[in-house]
Design a protein around this ligand. Structure first.
Ligand code: ZN
Length: 397
């Protein structure tokens, strides 16, 4: 049975950035089967969802996060930079068990979906437990077991298991990658091994998401580069996961986004709750634009259209998934967020894209689809109970 989003305003984020003020969108077999004139696509037996008071946008793509750390929210506030350099030792984390991690993953997946995030690139140790929990939630995810020198053999075992179980095909809802941690925790030899294994797997998509060759690397943060290095960065062709809130909150730094945008794929990331503490990716887009304008010393930089693309298709491109998600086009996976235009934040409706970047609040999210499955309906999770997820999180403290 098909689902029809009927009479919707649609922010396509296609190559021409078309905005359709009134259209139908047909969802069939997990994909966007068609887009047509308002009230033109419904057939007998279809499920019709009235969207005459809704804006439909591509689901938001979070290019860097750690879902299982949801229980660290509020545990390390206003710390000096040295605190984070000493191993991210957030107080209390030593007592959290693998089972607790799964509780946090479920809560994080629910929160992301309620915020309109349909895809996350998730990195942490413990993916053998985290991966299946994310798979069950219905969200789209690119999984990477964090690999570092400290326990490389065990990290590799999990990585191999993920690659075996989930594969690297972009059309799969859950895919695996190779996720070396950072330059100060991975030896050159380990990084070379990451590249060798990725090559051995014949997994170009895998390299594109987490690899090490310059155009194939997704670099999280990238805030500690010199001016010359920033100038040279676009030529490398690598991808960046820009995490403005995390960078500002724990490092009091950011990157010169205006120098990079449009020259290389840049997605947005929430990073983890100890350093953010929000999972609201649209807020990251707003921060990236506002701080970016200040750094550029130019309010014309980082325009609304560029930020909408960063929130959706550019994030998908950074993860190597833009052939499948990130825009609303026939043939793509039906990863969609339906935003309630009756909310005051979305009113008046002179510029729907600007409302989404500068006025939107997650409470405006009405429905969320991933692979055509309705995971949020009328502001409520369909596969989990928000209150129960919250209670389970609170019991961890
Ligand atoms: Zn991170």
């Amino acid at each position: 049975m098909a689902i029809i989003l009927q009479n919707a305003a649609i922010l396509t984020v296609d190559a021409a950035n078309r905005y359709l003020p009134a259209a139908d969108l047909r969802i069939e077999d997990a994909k966007i089967a068609g887009i047509g004139a308002a009230r033109s696509l419904a057939q007998p037996g279809d499920e019709i969802i009235d969207c005459s008071e809704a804006l439909v946008a591509p689901g938001f793509v979070n290019t860097h996060t750690h879902a299982a750390t949801a229980h660290f929210r509020g545990r390390a506030e206003d710390m000096p930079r040295e605190f984070w350099e000493q191993g991210y030792l957030v107080p209390g984390q030593e007592k959290f068990t693998p089972e607790d991690q799964v509780i946090s993953v479920k809560a994080a997946a629910g929160e992301f979906l309620l915020n309109g995030v349909t895809c996350i690139a998730d990195r942490l140790k413990g993916m053998e437990r985290i991966g299946p929990a994310l798979e069950e939630s219905g969200i789209r995810a690119v999984l990477g077991e964090t690999i570092s020198d400290a326990r490389a053999p065990a990290d590799w075992r999990v990585t191999e298991m993920l690659l075996e179980r989930f594969g690297t095909k972009p059309s799969s809802r859950i895919t695996a990658g190779i996720a070396p941690h950072a330059l100060d925790t991975c030896s050159d030899e380990l990084l070379k091994q990451c590249r060798r294994i990725a090559g051995h797997k014949g997994a170009l998509e895998c390299l594109e998401r987490t690899g090490l060759a310059s155009p194939l690397l997704v670099a999280a943060h990238a805030i500690y580069l010199s001016d010359d290095e920033f100038d040279a960065l676009p030529e490398t062709g690598l991808n960046i996961a820009h995490c403005p809130a995390s960078n500002l909150k724990i490092e009091a730094r950011t990157l010169p986004l205006h120098k990079l945008i449009g020259k290389m794929p840049i997605g947005l990331g929430t990073d983890w709750t100890a350093s953010n503490n929000s999972m609201d990716l649209a807020l990251e887009a707003r921060l990236a634009a506002l701080i970016g304008k200040m750094v550029a010393d130019d309010p014309t930089k980082l325009g609304v259209t560029e930020m909408i693309r960063m929130l959706t298709i550019d994030g998908a491109r950074a993860l190597g998934l833009d052939s499948e998600i990130g825009s609303i086009e026939a043939g793509k996976r039906a990863d969609l967020v339906v935003i309630d235009k009756a909310r005051l934040e979305m009113t008046p409706d002179f510029d729907a894209a600007a409302n989404l970047i500068y006025a939107f609040n997650p409470r405006c999210v009405r429905d969320v689809f991933v692979d055509g499955a309705r995971l949020v309906a009328n502001g409520k999770l369909t596969r989990a109970d928000e209150a129960e997820l919250a209670r389970a999180q609170r019991r961890l403290v």
